[in-house]
Ligand binder design. Sequence first.
Ligand SMILES: NC(=O)c1ccc[n+]([C@@H]2O[C@H](COP(=O)([O-])OP(=O)(O)OC[C@H]3O[C@@H](n4cnc5c(N)ncnc54)[C@H](O)[C@@H]3O)[C@@H](O)[C@H]2O)c1
Length: 250
Amino acid sequence: MTQRVAIVTGAARGIGAAIARRLGADGFAVAVLDLTAESGADTVAAITDAGGRAAAVGADVSDAGQVEAAVAAVAEKLGPPVVLVNNAGILRDNLLFKMTDDDWDSVIGVHLRGAFLMTRAVQRFQTEQGYGRIVTLSSTSALGNRGQVNYATAKAGLQGFTKTVAIELGKFGVTANAIAPGFIETEMTAATAARMKMAFEDFKAGAAAAIPVRRIGQPEDVAAVASFLASEEAGFVSGQVIYVAGGPQD
Ligand SMILES: NC(=O)c1ccc[n+]([C@@H]2O[C@H](COP(=O)([O-])OP(=O)(O)OC[C@H]3O[C@@H](n4cnc5c(N)ncnc54)[C@H](O)[C@@H]3O)[C@@H](O)[C@H]2O)c1
């Protein structure tokens, strides 16, 4: 059998990089997609150094032209993509009364429009092959989180997106699921601590104390679930939202 191809968006660092490395170890040829191809170099090196196959691709997932070109380039370089991980994300936190139009539009643009554009581009290859796995990063913030009306809306929207894609593409052998992480240690959560003028260590300790398993999550905790959802044996799991938060969702 030829090697299956996976695209992971926002794979230059954090959760996306961990998922890309894990899928590389699982035997996928991995397209490491991020805003620039250069930024994906470390993730590509980690995969190839471990004996895997990977290529970096630059694209802004909220730009239709760049998404089409990037997915076509992946198909050309690595082969037709069958696994898509919609992971790229940004934060523009603010209380509603202070939130700007740009805070709203940019967060909705990257998460919601980005997942839509990427999924529409990749499903063509998946339906042609009668096989596919789509994994999209939601968040516990989908349930509501102070200061994140834009992000919570986008992450809740991605749950509806996932269920609808699961319904539409199931007959083509394609599953769609979402992972909703709680607190994961990445540059995104480090930036949140900095914005709140807290030392990251104190911020992490405070979060861990409120989590049933008494620790914060690591990118690898999310990658393990993504690995299962991207696998062939997960074929009867579709339209689900799996919370990876060290306890039940609120
Ligand atoms: N860290 C957490 O606690 C946490 C919790 C729940 C959900 N999530 C979600 O997991 C995903 C990854 O989060 P992270 O903590 O690794 O974030 P991160 O900020 O460390 O990494 C995000 C990556 O996405 C890329 N990216 C941003 N905008 C992009 C665009 N328009 N096009 C292409 N790439 C783009 C960035 O360049 C970066 O490499 C995000 O969707 C985030 O919302 C994170």
